[in-house]
Design a protein around this ligand. Structure first.
Ligand SMILES: NC(=O)c1ccc[n+]([C@@H]2O[C@H](COP(=O)([O-])OP(=O)(O)OC[C@H]3O[C@@H](n4cnc5c(N)ncnc54)[C@H](OP(=O)(O)O)[C@@H]3O)[C@@H](O)[C@H]2O)c1
Length: 296
């Protein structure tokens, strides 16, 4: 397949390598591509362009069989989200309309769920995020679902949980730096997925995802924050982080939620099993790679 990976960052670059290894012809788009000998050796073509600029898209060497949009606005606020996710997707739909790909995968987020009662969510659960950024992600999904419904556009949506892996992992880094804090009794659930499994889930969605459908990309075990920190503390021989009283107003502003994301559909419909079924396997690999184990 001739594949365009839009947003050749943490996930996108790893995806590009994996697709190239599987024999596909891969193009990676970002605003400031950094070519490396590894990318060249893998035969990946890096393209420079901004998906918020229709003229940049018009210059791309299409058509493509598969297109994956895994752009991220990094740490932007609502305005950036609107530009990069919503308007970027609208630009992609317009650009691809004359020559649609066979499949289009968009990496949305489990941040579209606002539930805060720890309930187990499947893809049919209400997705009504309280935060402006969550609402933009949801509106972007709706744009794609509508294009699939009205025009047969082959969009598949992956709602991705918190990504960790080599060099990544928000709570892990906070734990290592001593900045981690337990919110209240630490009952809030964390939903995670290793980067290599995000890549695996995207490839599974490219082959087997049904247009107009949504799939969760997360591992097998939503875990209460306290259990996550307990495991890390045990592995690294450190204390549990101090607890702080949860700030309800701040949590609302940030759209902090408490939910357990089910990956049943990833297994049954996309036929994908995580290489790192829980955070334990994934972080054990990270801990070993950085020789962070407790002494003795
Ligand atoms: N991180 C998480 O925990 C998480 C959770 C749920 C979902 N997701 C989703 O997973 C996907 C992958 O995330 P990631 O962590 O791999 O992101 P990342 O490392 O921040 O990479 C994002 C890439 O997008 C490119 N990019 C940004 N703006 C662009 C634009 N306007 N036009 C073209 N390229 C642009 C960036 O390169 P330049 O800056 O050079 O353009 C970079 O290569 C994203 O869709 C993200 O929303 C992430």
């Amino acid at each position: 397949m001739r594949v365009l990976v839009i947003g050749c960052g943490y996930v996108g670059q790893s995806l590009a390598f994996q697709l190239a290894r599987q024999g596909h012809q891969v193009f990676g788009l970002s605003r400031s591509p950094v070519d490396t000998p590894e990318l060249t050796a893998a035969g990946i073509t890096l393209l420079s362009g901004d998906l918020t600029q229709p003229a940049d898209l018009a210059r791309l060497p299409g058509p493509f069989d598969w297109v994956v949009n895994c752009v991220s606005s990094t740490h932007g606020g609502a305005e950036d989200y609107q530009r990069v996710y919503f308007e970027g997707t609208r630009n992609l739909l317009a650009w691809l309309a004359p020559q649609p790909p066979k499949k289009f995968v968009y990496t949305s987020s489990t941040g579209v769920y606002g539930q805060d009662d720890g309930s187990l969510l499947t893809e049919t659960a209400p997705a009504e995020p309280p935060s402006p950024t969550g609402q933009i992600l949801r509106a972007t999904e709706q744009l794609l679902l509508e294009a699939a419904r009205l025009h047969g556009f082959p969009a598949v949506i992956l709602r991705v949980a918190g990504i960790y892996g080599p060099g990544r992992g928000y709570f892990f880094k906070q734990f290592l730096s001593g900045e981690a804090r337990m919110e209240g009794a630490g009952e809030r659930h964390l939903n995670m997925i290793h980067r290599d499994d995000v890549v695996g889930a995207i490839i599974a969605a490219l082959w087997q995802g049904q247009p107009g459908e949504i799939y969760h990309a997360c591992d097998d075990e939503p875990v209460p924050q306290i259990e996550f920190f307990r495991w890390l503390a045990g592995q690294l021989g450190r204390d549990l982080p101090p607890a702080i009283a949860p700030d309800a107003a701040l949590s609302r502003k940030r759209g902090v939620s408490n939910k357990r994301i089910s990956n049943a559909r990833l297994k049954t419909d996309l036929n994908y099993r995580c290489q790192y079924p829980t955070f334990r396997e994934g972080y054990a690999a990270e801990i070993a790679a950085h020789q962070l184990q407790k002494p003795g």
